[in-house]
Design a protein around this ligand. Structure first.
Ligand code: ADP
Ligand code: MG
Length: 444
């Protein structure tokens, strides 16, 4: 992409009403535009990051054997009357009527709808285990939408639902989700810690929330500092293996880590004092096991091997896809702007032309642009006729992890400059070497 042809409406001024860094930076970098309270349009740069996160979530869900579907945003109230949640859900549910006077709602979550799909098409234990998921917009009429996309009213979420014959099988599905979530967040360059949480309106006994530590987080968290040393890394995992998934769950949940809802002061005080941490975190995901809470009232049953009709054991598992864009920025920024991790960056590298219109400089930029593009990478080339300072400020603000700076002085010595956004360190290299280095970083 060439900046001269892109749509990147960066703001010079810091928006007054944005209270936290990610909200300010998303507005300033031209990633989003508020449409109404808690409701945003995603502009090109923001949309690219949202898509990158979406793609990682899809890949990791499918790697774990979960099957993508797409359910509508609008739902019939009748399904929610069957589960008893139509009245229970309260004012966070946006309710409406169609022209025939039928009660509808904008889905805040999809347990009822997916259970209806299941009961309509699945009748035998032989069709289990089954996990269906989708990534779809949700609406919750939050009383205080704030912090930009972090607490929106309309937000993008991955929600997955497992259907299993027995409680043990459903707990394996729970563990499988925990493992796949660890992988998912790490691929984005984020550390999200599973913490024992409270189940809220979804219901159920077993639940963990995944929290990214950040001062601006809305949840108060209590944990053993040893937990922050754990990494899933690039280990191989067999998602069908009960032992392997259980082992990862034990490894990542055996140390104390709880949100304020489930915090237990006595247990916490058993940790050596120097390891006790009280901090804040952003909830970027949650997994639940809730057994037959929906399958029983809604009649989602299968025949077991002896021919008995039994309600299936279920759980639901969410990732806050749009919230993650904000959480990633909270965890990765400095006073100049965003610093994207390579796994989610909207463009792989920026190219800054210091003397637009100088034939040799233009040609060197074009060659780098072509070489990166040919390697399957997406560079953003600042080809505008602007001063160097302004170009650098824009690149720092939008946070591309690598910048290639090309100017006549360097080219005279056969070099361009490759700069890391994270460390600020620069290196002078031949243009081909700069391209080779970027390809190596991205493994292409
Ligand atoms: N209002 C919101 N705006 C943005 N993301 C949200 C919002 N509410 C929930 N999410 C995200 O969706 C994920 C799954 O939702 P869920 O656990 O049902 O939400 P909650 O715990 O807030 O009721 C959460 O972990 C969070 O990351
Ligand atoms: Mg939650």
């Amino acid at each position: 992409m060439r900046l001269s042809r892109y749509f990147l409406p960066v703001l010079k001024e810091t928006p007054a009403d944005a209270q936290i860094a990610s909200h300010r930076l998303m507005l300033r970098a031209g990633m989003i535009k508020q449409a109404s309270a808690g409701n945003y349009s995603w502009l090109p740069l923001g949309y690219k990051v949202l898509q990158n996160i979406t793609n990682i979530v899809h890949e990791e869900q499918q790697r774990a054997g979960h099957i993508p579907i797409l359910m509508p945003t609008l739902q019939s109230a009748d399904l929610w009357r069957e589960s008893g949640r139509y009245d229970a859900y309260g004012p966070e549910m946006l309710r409406m009527q169609d022209r025939h006077g039928r009660d509808m709602l904008y889905g805040p979550t999809n347990e009822e709808m997916v259970t209806d799909i299941f009961r309509s098409h699945v009748g035998s234990y032989k069709d289990l285990p089954l996990t269906l998921y989708h990534i779809q917009w949700k609406f919750r009429d939050e009383i205080r939408p704030r912090f930009g996309v972090m607490r929106g009213r309309e937000f993008y979420m991955k929600d997955g639902y497992n259907f299993d014959l027995t409680k043990e099988d459903a707990l394996h599905a729970y563990n499988r989700h925990l493992v796949s979530y660890l992988r998912t967040y790490e691929r984005m360059g984020l550390q999200a810690i599973p913490m024992r949480a409270d189940s809220g309106p979804i219901g159920g006994d077993d639940t963990h929330e995944f929290l990214v530590l950040a001062e601006t987080g809305e949840s108060e968290v209590f944990y053993d500092s040893e937990i922050t040393d754990l990494r899933f890394g690039d280990r191989e995992i067999d998602y069908d293996s009960v032992e392997q998934c259980q082992g990862v769950l034990e490894e990542f949940t055996s140390r104390y880590a709880r949100t304020d809802e489930t915090h237990d002061e006595d247990l916490f005080n058993q940790i050596p004092e120097e390891r006790r941490r009280v901090a804040r975190g952003i909830e970027v995901g949650q997994i639940f096991y809730f057994g037959t809470k929906y399958s029983e009232p809604m009649g989602a049953t299968v025949q077991d091997s002896e021919g008995n009709k039994v309600p299936v054991h279920m759980g639901s598992h969410g990732i806050g896809v749009s919230r993650l864009v904000g959480a990633l920025i909270e965890a990765n920024h400095d006073d100049k702007g965003i610093i994207w991790p390579e796994g989610v960056t909207p463009f792989h590298a920026g190219i800054v032309n210091l003397r637009q219109g100088d034939a040799e400089t233009d040609k060197a930029c074009e060659d780098i642009y072509a070489a990166l593009t040919a390697a399957g990478l997406e560079p953003l080339y600042d080809d505008r006729d602007e001063r160097a300072g302004g170009k650098f400020a824009t690149m720092d603000l939008i946070g591309l992890p690598w910048r290639v700076t090309v100017g006549p002085r360097g080219l005279k010595n056969g070099v361009v400059e490759l700069t890391s956004r994270r460390t600020g360190e620069s290196e002078e290299l031949a243009p081909e070497m700069a391209v080779a280095r970027i390809k190596e970083i991205y493994g292409v």
